[in-house]
Design a protein around this ligand. Structure first.
Ligand SMILES: *[C@@H]1O[C@H](CO)[C@@H](O)[C@H](O)[C@H]1NC(C)=O
Length: 325
């Protein structure tokens, strides 16, 4: 083997590792809603994952301003796109927290089809669009510092990454401050049912319809001399409690489709090999490697791989002909 090939191969692997390293935050690997830690306390907010929406009318001087804001959020994944909504009227796919402003007529509230004025991406993974990453900062309330915080059990999540407008580097930076407060009587999905949970022993729901997720405010705030758009949310949930991460998760929900797919694939391959070997043994009296089904093909694999590699390198490499095996 010539030295040129080996020296060009090693940087290739280094480049691949570098690309993977750079790409991992792009796919949101840095933030896991199922394993959040601050001050030595763990939280698993996996059961709060999924889309939540809450509407809010900005009331100023006792009068509502003429807008109706709808905030949509997903702590665990991006919001994706809604098929039946115009592209211009929704945030990009990678958004985790999106605000949509609609016309609001106090005389005709609850008008679902009111005109959309704009969307604001508050938090999301926008490294592909703008170079700005999703950043999530968790803070345990009990040790957060203020007297009011010390009385409460839960965590504060500060999520950033968006700006208004998103396409402009001069857009106003956006941030969501979500206070997740422990409430053992609420899942966090009220007034709706928590989806896909069969036996929910934890949540004994009260009869009155309480809203778990509430908007405190959305507007511009001065953050150390900079203007930010800040969304403040209050969220009551049992998953914000400090002992909630220790509660065993329902195994049927934590075993995803992919896990089952791998297990079934593995079992099928195992069954195929065992049955094939048994056939070869009983029919042809095969022994050793010959027992395996397609033993000829399996024996050829190293040669096939070498051939492919040689062809792949052949275009740029200086090597000619076959090297000794
Ligand atoms: C605000 O807009 C949302 C979404 O279209 C709608 O469901 C809600 O009823 C509106 N609220 C008011 C008070 O108009």
């Amino acid at each position: 083997m010539s030295s040129t090939t080996s020296s060009t191969q090693r940087p290739t692997w280094r480049t691949i590792a570098l690309i993977l390293g750079l790409a991992s935050p792009v796919f949101g690997l840095g933030w896991n809603c199922k394993d959040i830690m601050d001050a030595g306390v763990h939280w698993n907010l996996g059961k709060l994952g999924g889309k939540h929406s809450v509407s809010w009318q900005d009331i100023q001087e006792g009068q509502p301003t003429a807008s109706n804001w709808t905030f949509s959020l997903n702590l665990c994944d991006n919001l994706g796109k809604e098929k039946d909504v115009d592209e211009k009227h929704q945030c990009p796919t990678n958004t985790n927290i999106c605000a949509v402003e609609r016309d609001f007529d106090p005389d005709k509230p609850n008008e679902g089809n009111a005109t959309v004025r704009k969307w604001v991406a508050i938090a999301g993974e926008f490294s592909m669009n703008t170079g700005v990453h999703l950043e999530v900062k968790p803070t345990r309330l009990k040790t957060a510092g203020s007297h009011a915080d010390a009385q409460r059990e839960g965590l504060r999540l500060e999520m950033t990454g968006g700006r208004d407008p998103l396409s402009s580097p001069k857009g106003i930076q956006q941030k969501a401050v979500i206070e997740l407060v422990c409430n053992k009587k609420m899942t966090g999905w009220e007034p709706k049912e928590q989806p896909k949970v069969k036996s929910e022993s934890l949540a004994k729901r009260d009869d009155e319809i309480a809203e778990a997720l509430k908007v405190v405010s959305y507007g511009e705030e001065d953050v150390r001399g900079e203007i930010w758009g800040i969304l403040r949310l209050d969220w009551q949930s049992q998953y914000a409690c400090e002992d909630a991460a220790d509660i065993p998760q329902d195994p049927s929900t934590s075993w995803g489709f992919f896990t089952w797919f791998i297990i079934i694939l593995f079992l099928s391959i195992a069954a195929y090999i065992i049955f094939g070997s048994w056939l070869n043994y009983t029919r042809y009296g095969a022994r050793g490697l010959d027992l395996l089904p397609h033993s000829d093909t399996i024996r050829d694999i190293p040669y096939i791989v070498k051939d492919i590699l040689r062809k792949a390198q052949g275009s740029g490499g200086s090597r000619g002909g076959y090297s000794a095996v």
